[in-house]
Ligand binder design. Structure first.
Ligand SMILES: *Cc1c(COP(=O)(O)O)cnc(C)c1O
Length: 443
């Protein structure tokens, strides 16, 4: 913050930019950091200080920043075709990406938006419209999990059960119902995560028994409810939910926006349960963190219910940038990196090193429920500070480490490209920042 360029940018930002998920007045005490460039897992501010991006810039950046392979693909694409509307036109990047996503998931007919929240809304609209087209218009409600997060536009908020994001807008939202979360932390003594999953599935069954005739879809974040504070559940929940949705004629929408693309150890989280959903929502890591893009994939049966001579039976939803060629090309380059880098296997080895380095944090006397899945780590901190997250973030940043706890849950979701130095920065910085935050209790 000493450099004039940095100060200048920060002041101009505060005067002109409304920052997301931020009480702007807080920036009086802790101004935003002006970033000049990024390389691999590192961000560099305008004063030259570097920070390890241990949360992948809100979970989007899979292979580090400025990856040369993605950069080369984008440069090439920019010289060919920047954009063309996707109604009445098509192009190679959107076709190839749709084919690849279909091959990876077994679901096809890719429909594109630009953000995760748009993908949620597309899936919900398609589901309800499917039931309308098939003669069951009463099936128009949705059900989600307690603590679920599916985005913050007015439609997506209907299935986002996080009070701080929703309360002020409650009058605008047609709230969906929620059923209990299979969050493994809810296990009673002697119970396993699978037991918790079975109880939660029983509650879902009771709910569906009563409401299936008016319900279009169940939406879930498979394996990890990230925004709820990295709440993990047993894959058995997904198997049971899939069976119940089939039995009660309710669509299963899996929101893989945060957990897709190898984050949980399989290419897509629901694949660990061996299930096939009716809809998959993708975004965040889809372009490797370079450009906004989201996609909804669905079944042949859903697609067929819209295929008709009647225009109104079609899915008439659109966004101006639907299927943008640059974004699709970035996504293709990202998928190529999974093969080139053998990313799933490389992640297994990297995760072991990170896990070992973070062992002292996991054993810390003030940490509860230390947990790890794939390339996600989380630790619940026993702290009296209601503003633990803000305090911790400040100490982490001072140590050149980007970590932003959710409530009292400290978590890391790093890019898949940490070298030994970055692993050590993450592990020792996270522990030091925790001890520094706890020290504030006595001052
Ligand atoms: C981030 C997220 C969304 C919303 O995506 P945006 O691009 O921020 O609109 C939806 N669902 C899940 C699970 C997410 O993590």
């Amino acid at each position: 913050m000493q450099q004039p360029t940095h100060d200048g940018l920060v002041a101009r930002s505060l005067a002109s930019v409304w920052h997301p998920c931020t009480q702007m007045k807080r920036h009086e005490a802790q101004p935003p950091v002006a970033i000049a460039r990024a390389q691999g897992p590192w961000l560099y501010d305008t004063a030259g200080k570097r920070y390890l991006d241990a949360i992948s810039s809100w979970w989007v950046n899979l292979f580090g920043h400025s990856h040369p392979h993605i950069q080369a693909a984008l440069t090439d694409q920019l010289a060919r075709l920047d954009h063309v509307m996707l109604a009445g036109f098509t192009h190679a990047p959107v076709v190839e990406l749709s084919e690849r996503l279909g091959a990876l998931t077994g679901l096809g007919h890719a429909f594109y938006g630009s953000d995760g929240a748009a993908a949620t809304e597309i899936a919900l609209k398609m589901s309800a419209h499917y039931w309308r087209n098939t003669g069951r218009p009463a099936k128009s409600r949705f059900v989600g999990l307690a603590g679920g997060y599916h985005g913050e536009t007015v439609g997506a908020l209907a299935v986002t059960d996080i009070a701080i994001f929703r309360e002020a807008y409650a009058p605008l939202v047609r709230l969906a119902d929620t059923v209990p979360s299979p969050d493994a932390r809810g296990a009673a003594p002697g119970e396993t995560a699978e037991d918790v999953a079975r109880h939660a599935a029983a509650a879902l069954e009771a709910w569906l028994e009563e409401h299936h005739a008016t319900t279009a879809a169940l939406i879930v974040e498979p394996l990890v409810q990230c925004a709820a504070g990295m709440a993990l559940h047993d894959p058995e929940y997904l198997r049971l939910a899939r069976a119940l949705c089939s039995r009660y004629d309710v669509h299963l929408v899996v929101d893989e926006i945060a957990v897709g693309f190898a984050r949980t150890g399989t290419m897509f989280a629901h694949q660990r349960a061996g299930i096939q959903p009716d809809f998959i929502c993708l975004s965040k890591g889809l372009t490797g963190g370079t450009l906004p893009l989201s996609a909804v994939l669905t079944t042949d049966a859903v697609y067929a219910a819209f295929y008709d001579d009647d225009v109104a039976r079609g899915f008439l939803h659109s966004h101006s940038y639907t299927g943008n060629p640059l974004a699709c090309r970035a996504a293709l380059a990202t998928l190529e990196l999974f093969d080139q880098l053998d990313a799933l296997n490389a992640n297994t080895a990297l995760a072991q090193r990170i896990d070992a380095a973070c062992a002292p944090l996991s054993r810390h006397p003030r940490v509860r429920h230390a947990r790890h899945l794939g390339m996600i780590w989380a630790w619940d901190v026993d702290t009296p500070f209601p503003d633990f997250s803000r305090r911790y973030h400040r100490h982490a940043m001072a140590r050149g480490l980007v970590l932003r706890p959710i409530g009292n849950t400290l978590y890391a979701m790093p890019p898949y490209v940490l070298d030994e130095e970055a692993v050590q920065r993450l592990a020792s910085g996270a522990l030091d920042a925790l001890n520094a935050t706890l020290l504030e209790e006595t001052s």
